[in-house]
Ligand binder design. Structure first.
Ligand SMILES: Nc1ncnc2c1ncn2[C@@H]1O[C@H](COP(=O)(O)OP(=O)(O)OP(=O)(O)O)[C@@H](O)[C@H]1O
Length: 285
C-alpha cells in the first residue's frame, strides 16, 4: 500500500482511493467474463459470426461519424438501432432457440434424467445393430431412408408431423417402412429409446448454402434436423445407396456399416461431441 501511495504521489496524485472489492465482486466479474466468453464462442460457432463482423463495421462507421460530427448519419443510426435489435432477435430466433435448448440439456438436467435410461444398454446396442443392418440392406437395394435417433433434445415437434408407430426397432420394420410405394415410406422415421416413435415425419431443411448441389432435399432435411437438435440423423441415398450421418449441422458422407455403428453408438457420440469443433469446418461441400 505504501508502495502504491509513493508511486502515485510521485506522479503528482496525492489522494489514492482504493476501491473496495469484496469476494462477491470477484465472483460477479468471473461470472460475467465466463458468460461473455461463452457468448463469443457461441457466436463464432454459428452464422452469427458473419453478422457480428457486420455489426462491428457499423459500430466503426458510427464512431467515425461521431468523430467527424456527421449529424445526419448519427441521427439515422441512433433512430434505427432499436429496430435493428428487434430484427436481430427475429433473424437469429433459430440460433437462440438452439442455444437455450443446449443450456437446458446441460449437465444439471442430464444428471436428473439419466436414471430413466439405466439398464437399457443391452436394448440400445440391439437397436444400433438393427439400424445398421437396415441401413446396410437399404443401401445395397438403393432404398432411400431418413432416420432420426433422438438424444437429449426432445423431437416431439417433428414427431407430430408424422404418423405414430410406437413399435420396437427391428431391421425388418425399418426396411418395410421405407419400401417404395408404401404409405409410410415418405419422410423421416423418429426413433426414441429403442422404439420407432413415428414415420413420415417432415423435417426442417437446412438453409446453409455450403451444402453440395448434388445433394437433394433428403440430405438437406437431415442436416436441417441435426441443426435444431442433437439427434443422430441417418440418411440412405436412393440414388447412390450411400449411407451418411448428419450431426450438429455436419454431414459425414459415405460411411461403411462399421463407421455408422461407431457414430451412432453412445460412447462414440460423447467423444464425437468433443471433436465437433474440429469437424465443424469440414462440412461436406
Ligand atoms: N423436409 C423433409 N422431411 C422429411 N423427408 C424429406 C424432406 N424432404 C425430402 N424428404 C424425403 O426425401 C425424398 C426426396 O429425396 P431427394 O431425391 O430430393 O433427395 P436426395 O438428397 O437427392 O436423396 P437421394 O440421394 O435419396 O435421391 C422425399 O421423397 C422424402 O421422402
Amino acid at each position: 500500500m505504501d508502495f502504491l501511495n509513493s508511486f502515485f504521489s510521485g506522479l503528482g496524485i496525492t489522494e489514492f482511493v482504493r476501491p473496495s472489492i469484496g469476494i462477491t465482486d470477484v465472483l460477479d466479474i468471473l461470472i460475467v467474463a465466463y458468460i461473455i466468453y461463452k457468448v463469443i464462442f457461441w457466436i463464432k460457432e454459428t452464422r452469427a459470426w458473419v453478422l457480428f463482423k457486420g455489426i462491428l463495421v457499423i459500430f466503426a462507421f458510427a464512431a467515425v461519424a461521431a468523430l467527424l460530427k456527421l449529424h445526419t448519419i448519427i441521427f439515422v443510426l441512433s433512430n434505427t438501432i432499436n429496430m435493428g435489435i428487434i430484427a436481430l432477435l427475429i433473424v437469429f430466433q433459430p440460433e437462440m432457440r438452439k442455444a437455450l435448448e443446449q443450456l437446458g440439456k446441460g449437465k444439471i438436467f442430464s444428471y436428473f434424467t439419466r436414471g430413466e435410461d439405466a439398464g437399457d444398454e443391452k436394448a440400445a446396442a440391439r437397436t444400433v445393430n438393427e439400424i445398421v443392418k437396415a441401413a446396410d440392406k437399404m443401401g445395397a437395394a438403393k432404398t432411400g431412408a431418413l432416420i432420426l435417433m433422438e438424444q437429449e433434445v426432445p423431437l416431439g415437434d417433428l414427431e407430430r408431423t408424422g404418423i405414430p408407430i410406437d413399435a420396437i426397432v427391428s431391421s425388418q420394420l425399418l426396411i418395410n417402412i421405407f419400401e417404395h410405394n408404401t404409405p409410410l415410406h415418405d419422410g423421416a422415421v423418429i426413433i426414441r429409446r429403442n422404439r420407432v416413435a413415428a414415420a413420415t415425419c417432415f423435417l426442417p431443411l437446412t438453409d446453409s448454402n455450403e451444402v453440395s448441389m448434388e445433394l437433394g432435399t433428403r440430405h438437406r432435411a437431415a442436416i436441417g434436423a441435426s441443426e435444431v437438435s442433437d439427434a443422430h440423423v441417418i440418411v440412405v441415398s436412393e440414388e447412390t445407396g450411400k449411407i451418411s450421418v448428419a450431426r450438429g449441422g455436419v454431414l459425414y458422407r459415405d460411411l461403411t456399416p462399421e463407421q455408422l455403428k461407431n457414430m451412432i453408438s453412445e460412447q462414440d457420440h460423447q467423444s464425437a461431441k468433443k471433436k465437433l469443433a474440429i469437424w465443424k469446418g469440414r462440412q461436406d461441400k
